[in-house]
Design a protein around this ligand. Structure first.
Ligand SMILES: C=C(O[C@@H]1C=C(C(=O)O)C=C[C@H]1O)C(=O)O
Length: 132
């Protein structure tokens, strides 16, 4: 729907007070034995799933930080640590992939902007603490 685009629409809610849960579970996934499962039946169910995904994201971000650290080894000057054109390419690729896999583009863009505004200072710090 319209909330998956790169610009979010401003739409006032059709009703402001709803009996919960409204709608029907919208997360469909294959469980271990291959049967189709849906989630969720409670806010606790939702938060348990989010906590699990956040843990996996942190592990991936840890791996990414290890490669960012490695990139520093190929930079000869501090000024060459930050590469704005490459930063833009990383965000643009994330936005394009988001469209491709049908995920909200606003989330992809904001997430990768946050990754870059934290990765560059991290890489600069690694550069600074490693005198040659
Ligand atoms: C990792 C690099 O260094 C910096 C960090 C980047 C990143 O986290 O993806 C991208 C570009 C650079 O600003 C690189 O040059 O590729």
């Amino acid at each position: 729907d319209s909330c998956y685009g790169s610009a979010l629409p401003t739409i006032s809610p059709s009703t402001d007070h709803r009996s919960v849960p409204w709608g029907s579970p919208s997360v469909h996934f294959s469980s271990l034995n291959g049967t189709l499962t849906t989630c969720c039946n409670s806010l606790d169910d939702v938060r348990t799933a989010l906590d699990d995904i956040d843990d996996r994201l942190l592990n991936l971000l840890n791996q990414r930080a290890a490669y960012v650290r490695e990139a520093t080894r190929f930079k000869s000057t501090r000024a060459s640590v930050n590469v704005p054109s490459r930063n833009e390419e990383v965000v643009r690729q994330a936005e394009q992939q988001a469209v491709h896999i049908g995920m909200p583009v606003t989330i992809a863009r904001a997430t990768f902007e946050a990754i870059l505004i934290s990765s560059v200072p991290f890489e600069q710090c690694i550069f600074d603490v490693n005198p040659q």
